[in-house]
Design a protein around this ligand. Structure first.
Ligand code: HEM
Length: 374
């Protein structure tokens, strides 16, 4: 849920705020504080990343801390390198075109079920070298999250039953018939050693599961809010059709102003004094990336959507050691979706009220749009 007025009040009046909900936690909302906390993993440790889900763990690498965390990131980074993204680009562009074609032919439709949800599932399947058909099941599983209403207890059960079994099968398959470890993430991780020991199959499954948990809903919501921004801003649409080279800075501005993953949790390792308050060792702390991204101390006219904004040091992908692993893939999907939809339409409009995502995400679970084609 978006709480813009509350974010503003907290930033201005109570930058280190205590809440008794969910067992008690602190909220940081100012850009400088949130960024600093994200960059100090030895003070604000990762573990259970969601305030409302204290028992949600086993997520690799997001639940790990230094020095173990960096070892895993080093293992994984090559699969989202510039070269890796350049290899994926034609495949992802083809997915965008395939998903858009029926919507544009019909002249209207739900962009979320038509493009924003399938595209990240297809991109993740491509990233892990799974058959494209696998994405249908993954989208269904994410719809399962919506059905359980992001209830923390049920979420763990959904992940356990559905993802682990699907990802476990692929991991077993890669163990039996490895692909090139330089370009295939699961084969590479299965072949790797940490401190002279191979990773357990369970660890590899947790890495695979993390990609889908971290990379699907976030990107689906980023794409949905992007489409919403386009549909409700004819001037931006027109400008980007005329000057498509501005799309990459527009992507950053949409990420800043919407910040799809609104906050993330840390745990204080030792006592910390901040703005006159004492955060005690063991206290849970929410880093409100969405509040930070609207902080007027960092962003001039923070609620204005300025597609040329540069520099744009937003925190939609976090900061520091845990900076989003999948950011290059998410940016690629957003850019290609915008390039294709703008090139193939002369006008995009809302065709009804959408349904907003609930919980800690900012996005839409449905968004009916109408398209005019040239
Ligand atoms: C627009 C889409 C996305 C948004 C807004 C987003 C947001 C974030 C944020 C804010 C973090 C930092 C969490 C923290 O501070 O602890 C993060 C971490 C992460 N994201 Fe993303 N993400 C997106 C897409 C993706 C994709 C596509 C993938 C998978 C390919 C992915 C995989 C991860 C992983 C593995 C981490 C943990 C990194 C670590 O702990 O080192 N994300 N993401």
């Amino acid at each position: 849920m978006r709480r813009l007025a509350e974010y503003q009040r907290l930033r201005e009046e109570c930058p280190v705020a205590w809440s008794d909900e969910h067992g008690g936690y602190w909220s940081l909302t100012r850009y400088a504080d949130v960024r600093e906390a994200a960059r100090q993993p030895r003070t604000f440790a990762s573990g259970a990343p969601i305030i409302a889900w204290p028992d949600f763990d086993n997520q690799i690498p997001i639940s790990l801390n230094p020095p173990e965390h960096a070892t895993y990131r080093r293992l994984l980074n090559r699969y989202v390198s510039k070269d890796a993204m350049a290899r994926l680009e034609p495949t992802i562009r083809a997915f965008v075109v395939e998903d858009l074609d029926p919507l544009l032919a019909a002249g209207e439709g739900d962009i979320v079920t038509g493009l924003c949800q399938p595209l990240p599932a297809r991109a993740l399947a491509a990233l892990l070298n799974l058959p494209d058909s696998a994405h249908v099941e993954f989208v269904e599983q994410f719809r399962g999250f919506e059905r359980v209403g992001w209830d923390p207890e049920k979420i763990n059960a959904v992940i356990g039953q559905m993802f682990e079994s699907a990802v476990s099968e692929v991991v077993a398959e890669r163990r039996a018939r490895p692909l090139d470890p330089e370009t295939d993430m699961l084969s590479g991780v299965l072949a790797a050693e940490i401190d002279g020991q191979p990773l357990s199959e369970e660890t590899v499954v947790h890495i695979g599961v993390q990609m889908f948990v971290a990379g699907h809903a976030t990107t689906a919501d980023a794409l949905a809010t992007t489409m919403y921004r386009l549909a409700t801003n004819p001037d931006i649409q027109m400008e980007l059709r005329r000057r498509p080279e501005k799309i990459p800075t527009a992507v950053e501005e949409f990420l800043r102003i919407e910040t799809p993953l609104q906050s993330i949790a840390r745990t204080a390792v030792h006592d910390v004094e901040l703005h006159g308050r004492t955060i005690r060792a063991g206290d849970r702390v929410a880093l409100h990336y969405a509040a930070a991204d609207l902080d007027p101390e960092t962003f001039e006219h923070p609620s204005a959507c300025i597609i040329e904004r540069s520099p744009n040091p937003h925190l939609a992908f976090g900061a520091g050691a845990h900076l989003c692993y999948g950011a290059p893939l998410a940016r690629l999907e957003m850019r290609l979706a915008m390039e294709e939809i703008l090139a193939r339409t002369s006008e995009i409009r809302l065709a009804g009220a959408g349904t907003e995502t609930s919980g800690l995400m900012r996005g839409f679970t449905s968004l009916p749009l109408r398209f005019s084609t040239p």
